[in-house]
Design a protein around this ligand. Structure first.
Ligand code: GLN
Length: 312
């Protein structure tokens, strides 16, 4: 592995140092009790460029709960299994409402707006489960994460999973409601169990940036050269990340950062610079839409300094 571009290494170092000392850090999620324990002062940033060089700063090696970022990978897996049939159960439009909104699902007769809001991701998980045992489906998801990140140590934080399982009443409401429309086909407890566990996967910024590489490079796994997915599918997943990856904050993220991105309530964001880089950032404090506050600020600065906005 050679060194990253000096300008990139410097930008990552300076942004990380700056973010570490900022006082406006947002609010750590507390509706999943285990997540409330996380240090709001943490900050990590990692960029993997097209040559596989790594630039990182701050707490880039510290694992955190990836939460909804896992939805990018479950969508990728589910599309591989079901292809375009997936779109019979889930839409592709931005929701303009909160990630856990219940009201929209009733208006739209049990079909979630997109695969990244909770309802949509639960429907995607149900497709992956497809009659298998929850343990097998989870094993499949974990194997995929380990494959794309080139790292066999990626694992699930059982305490976070149990914490959400105990308190995830809204997700249970969404899943039961979709079940009444036949959008969920497995027993609701099975589907939710797999969903809570894949949200509880713990990864560092470095592991996550590695895992995102195939989306930056036309669907190819850069180290083995294998096609994880085809280029058209990679392009489309990036499009969904741009339009829906930050829920009702997606417009603001596109406006400020100009990159496909997916956030999680653990404070992580995965962002893709098509053809160039995969970026992971982590700062646990969230804004009002449930997206990492300093994560967005850092990505805005990095994208500006590197001239990475997809809008030129
Ligand atoms: N597991 C979380 C939930 O279902 C994921 C939400 C998120 O990261 N935005 O509420």
């Amino acid at each position: 592995m050679s060194a990253p571009d000096a300008r990139l290494a410097e930008a990552v170092r300076e942004i990380s140092a700056d973010m570490k000392q900022r006082r406006d850090r947002g609010t750590v999620a507390s509706y999943i009790p285990e997540l409330a324990q996380v240090d709001p002062g943490a900050f990590g940033l990692c960029v993997v460029d097209a040559q596989g060089n790594v630039a990182e700063g701050g707490d880039a090696a510290v694992p955190f709960s990836i939460q909804s970022i896992s939805k990018v990978f479950t969508l990728t897996l589910a599309l591989g299994m079901a292809g375009d049939r997936l779109w019979e159960r889930v839409g592709r439009e931005p929701s303009g409402s909160a990630f856990n909104s219940v009201v929209q699902l009733e208006y739209e007769r049990g079909i979630p707006r997109n695969p990244f809001i909770n309802a949509g991701a639960i429907a995607v998980t149900d497709l992956i489960l497809a009659g298998h045992k929850p343990r097998e489906a989870l094993g499949e998801i974990l194997r995929f994460m380990r494959f794309v990140s080139d790292d066999d140590t990626v694992s699930i934080d059982e305490r976070v999973a149990a914490s959400e399982q105990r308190t995830g009443f809204r997700n249970a409401a969404l899943a039961n409601y979709m079940k009444s429309f036949g959008v969920i086909t497995n027993p609701v407890d099975f589907t939710l169990g797999v969903y809570f566990h894949h949200c509880a996967i713990a990864m560092s910024c470095r592991q996550l940036a590695m895992a995102g590489r195939f989306l930056a490079h036309g669907g190819r796994h850069p180290t083995t050269g294998h096609a994880v997915i085809g280029p058209q599918r990679a392009r489309r997943i990036n499009a969904l990340m741009l339009t829906c990856g930050h829920y009702d904050g997606s417009g603001e993220f596109a406006y400020r950062v100009g990159l496909p991105g997916k956030s999680g309530v653990g404070g992580g964001v995965l962002a893709i610079v098509p053809g160039q880089a995969s970026i992971a950032v982590w700062s646990p404090g969230l804004d009002a839409s449930g997206n990492s506050h300093l994560g967005r600020v850092a990505l805005q600065e990095l994208s500006k300094r590197m001239g990475w906005s997809i809008f030129g």
